[in-house]
Design a protein around this ligand. Sequence first.
Ligand code: KE4
Length: 429
Amino acid sequence: MKFKQSEKLYNKGLENLVGAVNSPVRAFASVGGNPLFIDKAKGSKIKDVDGNRYIDMVLSYGPMILGHRHKKVEKAISKALKNGYSFGASTNAEIKLAKIVCDAFPGMDKVRFVNSGTEAVLSAIRLARAHTGNDKIIKFSGCYHGHMDAMLVAAGSGLATLSLPGSKGVPSLAVENTLIAEYNNLESVKKHIEENSDIAAVILEPVTGNMGVVQPSDAFIKGLRELTKEHGVLLICDEVMTGFRSKFGGAQELIGIEADITCLGKVIGGGFPVGAYGASNEIMENVAPLGGMYQAGTLSGNPIAMAAGISTLTELKRQNPYEKFEKIAGKIETILLEGAKKYNVDLTVNKFGSMINPFFAAEEVKNFTDAQKCDTDKFAVFFWEMIKNGVFLPPSQFESWFLCSALSDKDVENFEKAVDAAMKMVAGK
Ligand code: KE4
């Protein structure tokens, strides 16, 4: 495989783009080497600027759940384009997507569309503070909720990969109301609630994707919901990544809880910039223009993005691919574990719906401390060998892989061959 054109664009990109990327994880910092530049994609495949073709398990970090350029999404976008791109006024498309989203989440009466997951989270946190009159927020180490100041205290995902605890430029005042607890450790939450009377909310990824995939234990998640209810603390489920990935709706339903506020993104925009936050009427009526909590956006509810979201979710509901996702994730888990065993590589695999990833560690990964014990050097060797064998993975041990409904049996066969070559390389054979 040659990467000459990617290298050329990388060096050209360094001139006017920071690190030649518009999001840090794309810089391949934790796997070494230069980032790939992508030319085009279709279905389950993606092609880089050197013409190398890959099975895509990044899928834009989640949005492309139907695979790339689904014909029904493409038709809907083309139709919307003929009516205009953006009006700064309401359209019927926003009402349509709002209904699809609210109908998929019990307890969600109203939703507000924004332009990214970060914007959804920052708005949800402001909303929780407005509704409760309290300021403190509890988050979990290893969970990533976008790059708002108050959430960059011990984030997973990019920051974990770059091993930057918090971030430069975030003033200490901005994080003084953020408390950190440990995922799957209810006591760590109880402690904060006992010591602080002014907590507005707890925010979590109901199943994490940003320290890799980690599921909550039943005792933890049910206990968390009871504890927060008991103390009048709102529960914010950040489903930006998990939304519509394991069922047509939220992971919260599958793990048996109902959030007070839900954040969404990624899949609901079908590849276009859409985020959202939603809750009951009682909570959402705090939001301007009905209430005193201000939040706004020039391109919120953009008609092209709404068309992409409506057609993506409509097709997703028609396909109902969740059983297929479970089967493929099961096959991928077996392929990874058998490949690791064959070459005597320490590996554990976590999966949930259409989210899955291996950890180069011998022990189970149940929280961020466990995840940090992974051998990221081995991951880097694995990553590049998978690239050379035609599989495009997120360039970080701390990222979930994603499945799309366009994945074929042939793709899974080719994935298996790639894993054998990659595990052999990791084992230094
Ligand atoms: P965006 O602002 O990137 O749309 O969403 C932020 C966000 C919020 N909440 C969760 C649970 C998320 O996973 C994300 C963003 N996810 C990362 C992947 N780990 C996006 C990829 C990137 O940062 O380039």
